[in-house]
Ligand binder design. Structure first.
Ligand SMILES: O=P(O)(O)OC[C@H]1O[C@H](O[C@H]2O[C@H](CO)[C@@H](O)[C@H](O)[C@H]2O)[C@H](O)[C@@H](O)[C@@H]1O
Length: 279
């Protein structure tokens, strides 16, 4: 058991910590589970700005091993736009729900995407001009969505929220305001992460499996609600279980990566021993 894995809040019936339980479950029952992973703050450590994140070298390969072991039943569910998320894990490609569930690539490669509306393009332009007057506010163009980050100017939070509420009205009824870690986003309202997870579970290879969702932010709560209602496992990356529907917590993105590495290692060992038995 890792000493830095501090809590199993809400998971009282199971004596194992979430880290150990996750590894054991996926290694022993790969046909029964589907894994849904958020990216920022869950797989990758948070950074001062969206483009400063660092993808640990081993992570794409570990995700790929785990995905193959689960028969492809691993999807990334992120607030990032799909092409950006794809680039992070090259050369591997996974089913991805982007823009908080508004767009999806299915396991068979089928795309269900949204395009930016004219009204949203006008909003993006206006926000970029306005941001020129707000030192520290960073506008992220995500295609069919736009984010305004205040990590470098936390004192502007309230003012920025008001401005984003205003621009949400300009964008129109098809959009909603998504709150996140030091960010407000105007994104398509057509689905959330919970809806994306539900949709995957109606399709192969996810269909018939129980979901495990891991995330770190408000937007991931929609996944946790769905997962809890399906006898799945919800895990929030956090120091404690305050303000989350997740049934357990894991302390850091580094521990999530450790769990994936641990699973990948056991898969590799099993492969070797099976090969050894065959020869
Ligand atoms: O659903 P996720 O995969 O967690 O994506 C949520 C948002 O993540 C990014 O913003 C967050 O991470 C940045 C890099 O660490 C950080 O600087 C920012 O403060 C965070 O809010 C991304 O830029 C957004 O587009 C995603 O929606």
């Amino acid at each position: 058991m890792l000493p830095s894995d501090p809590s199993h809040a809400g998971d009282d019936q199971d004596p194992l910590q979430p880290f150990d339980r996750l590894v054991k479950t996926l290694v022993e029952e790969p046909d029964q589970w589907a894994l849904f992973l958020d990216i920022d703050g869950t797989l990758i450590d948070l950074a001062p700005s969206p483009d400063e994140i660092v993808v640990p070298q081993d992570l794409p390969g570990h995700l790929s091993s785990v995905s193959q072991y689960l028969g492809g039943a691993l999807a990334l569910v992120t607030g990032r736009a799909l092409p950006y998320a794809d680039e992070l894990f090259q050369p591997h490609q996974f089913p991805i729900a982007g823009l908080h569930g508004s767009e999806r690539r299915l396991a068979d490669g089928t795309l269900d995407c949204v395009t930016a509306t004219e009204a949203l393009e006008e909003v993006k332009n206006a926000l970029c001009v306005a941001a020129g007057r707000w030192p520290g506010i960073l506008i992220e163009d995500k295609g069919a969505a736009v984010a305004a980050h205040y990590r470098q100017a936390p004192e502007r939070r309230a003012e920025l929220e008001e401005v984003m509420q205003y621009y949400l009205l300009q964008a129109g009824n098809d959009f909603t305001l998504q709150r996140g870690k030091m960010v407000f986003e105007i994104r398509p309202a057509r689905a959330d992460k919970g809806g994306a997870l539900e949709a995957y579970l109606t399709e192969p290879p996810f269909k018939g499996r129980r979901p495990i969702a891991i995330g770190d932010d408000v937007t991931d709560e929609a996944m946790f609600k769905v997962v809890n209602g399906m006898n799945g496992r919800s895990i929030r990356v956090a120091k404690n279980s305050d303000g989350t529907e997740a049934r357990s917590v894991i302390a850091s993105a580094a521990l999530v990566r450790d769990a994936l590495a641990g699973i990948a290692e056991q898969i590799a060992q099993n492969d070797l021993s099976q090969k050894g038995r065959r020869t």
